[in-house]
Design a protein around this ligand. Structure first.
Ligand SMILES: [Zn+2]
Length: 69
């Protein structure tokens, strides 16, 4: 599972925005060679991003938790 912070949910209550399980996460590689997961907040559908290490990104793809782009 890929979790991230939701800015919109966190706006009302910072704790509420933390560790949201990302909906339909997809791994993207940044121009600098870093890895990033992009998905939607399960509660409000806002786009969420999370920086990931190479190990975590590859693990998420292997586990089928995230799609590879
Ligand atoms: Zn949200």
């Amino acid at each position: 599972m890929v979790t991230a912070y939701c800015v919109k949910c966190g706006r009302q209550d910072k704790e509420k925005g933390k560790n949201k399980p990302m909906k339909n996460p997809a791994i993207h590689q940044t121009a600098k060679g870093g890895f990033m997961a992009k998905g939607k907040c399960p509660d409000c559908d806002t786009t969420m991003c999370a920086m990931m290490s190479k190990v975590n990104a590859e693990q998420a793809i292997t586990d089928g938790a995230a799609k590879n782009y």
